[in-house]
Design a protein around this ligand. Structure first.
Ligand code: TXA
Ligand code: MG
Length: 319
């Protein structure tokens, strides 16, 4: 499919929603990252998302909702663990994988009989989704393989003239993608870590476990196997800036600004792990803009959002 579109820029959620109602593609902000959405039930529109992002067809999309009643349209079964999680964490940065209804086209779920469902809590996202009057499937609004966008300008960098509309909001509050929990089996499994932590989830569904992806289980969350979050430069994880040596073509991000940051071509020192998580994808993009060849990222403790941050850093380093 050829992709060449005029892109409408607007900060009006109602105007953006008219584009969805005409089977168009709209990038919109959420509290995690910007998503690229279209009507979940329109297979032809969904194909435009894969084409615009150059997304592999085996990577399923998340359906975004404005009302809890929309879960019924998307799913065929919602078990007790899912109900509990919905009660506590919806709206918010949590995606639940549930058995899909017949109305959801297989192109949206990459052929799986399950669908990811999420209800964003950002007011602008909610206003937009309410005006769309249909669930909206949306992956992150980046070209496949690039860091997820946390500003509308980052969306434009990747997708200007490839999508129909960008709903312009603020920089996203969290900066990392949602936690994904598979509730379609016997006990809930965390497929992707995010802002909702293992400890928070365990307090609601004690039998939840963290899914470790092995080769034999590649099919569970296919998207996790793809190259992801990667800047062009080589990403290295380091213990702290004292041990890192910089040069003009190198960049550094971390929370320990002990010494030596001046030797780097570009350095970003964050006040907390939360700020590090919020900044990291935009930092990767800025490294690309500056043509940085090596990127040193300080490792952090895997507590709170630190677990999700380390997951993204490790993927970026592997990419
Ligand atoms: O925070 C977020 O989750 C953002 C915003 C826009 O909502 N979206 C996002 O989408 O990060 P994306 O496409 O970049 O990641 C979706 C991932 C897939 O790669 C896959 O790992 C998992 O969610 N997923 C979605 N549907 C699934 C399913 N039916 N079974 C297993 N995993 C699924
Ligand atoms: Mg993505």
């Amino acid at each position: 499919m050829s992709v060449r579109n005029h892109t409408l820029y607007t900060s009006d959620p109602a105007e953006a929603a008219t584009v969805i109602r005409r089977s168009g593609t709209v990038a919109f902000p959420t509290e995690t990252v910007y998503g690229l959405g279209t009507n979940a039930f329109d297979a032809v529109a969904v194909a435009k998302i894969f084409a615009a992002k150059r997304r592999p067809a085996d990577n399923p999309l998340i359906a975004h909702i404005a009302h809890l009643d929309q879960i019924e349209q998307l799913t065929s079964e919602v078990g007790i663990s899912a109900r509990r999680l919905i009660g506590v964490f919806f709206p918010g940065p949590l995606t639940l994988v549930l058995r899909k209804s017949a109305a959801v086209p297989l192109i949206a779920t990459a052929g799986l009989e399950t669908v990811g469902v999420r209800m964003p809590r950002l007011p602008l996202a909610q206003n937009f989704l309410r005006a769309c009057d249909t669930p909206v499937v949306a992956p992150s609004a980046n070209l496949s393989g690039r860091p997820s966008p946390t500003t509308w300008q980052a969306v434009a960098e990747d997708l200007d003239e490839r999508i129909d509309c960008i709903l312009q909001g603020d920089a996203t509050e969290i900066g990392l993608e949602s936690t994904v929990v598979d509730c379609s089996g016997d006990s809930p499994l965390i497929l992707r870590q995010g802002a909702v932590t293992l400890a928070e989830l365990q307090s609601v569904v004690p039998d939840i476990t963290l899914h470790v992806v092995t080769d034999s289980e590649r099919a569970k969350s296919p998207g996790l196997m793809h190259r992801h979050y990667s800047p062009t430069g080589e990403v290295r994880l380091v213990d702290a800036i004292e041990f890192a040596t910089g040069h003009r073509d190198a960049a550094y991000i971390g929370i320990c600004g002990v010494s030596g940051s001046g030797e780097f071509g570009y350095a970003l020192l964050c006040g907390s792990i939360r700020e590090y998580a919020f900044s990291v994808f935009e930092f990767f993009r800025e490294c690309d803009r500056r043509g940085i060849s090596t990127i040193q990222c300080e490792k952090v403790e895997r507590t709170g959002i630190g677990a999700a941050l380390m997951d993204r850093l490790e993927r970026a380093a592997a990419g």
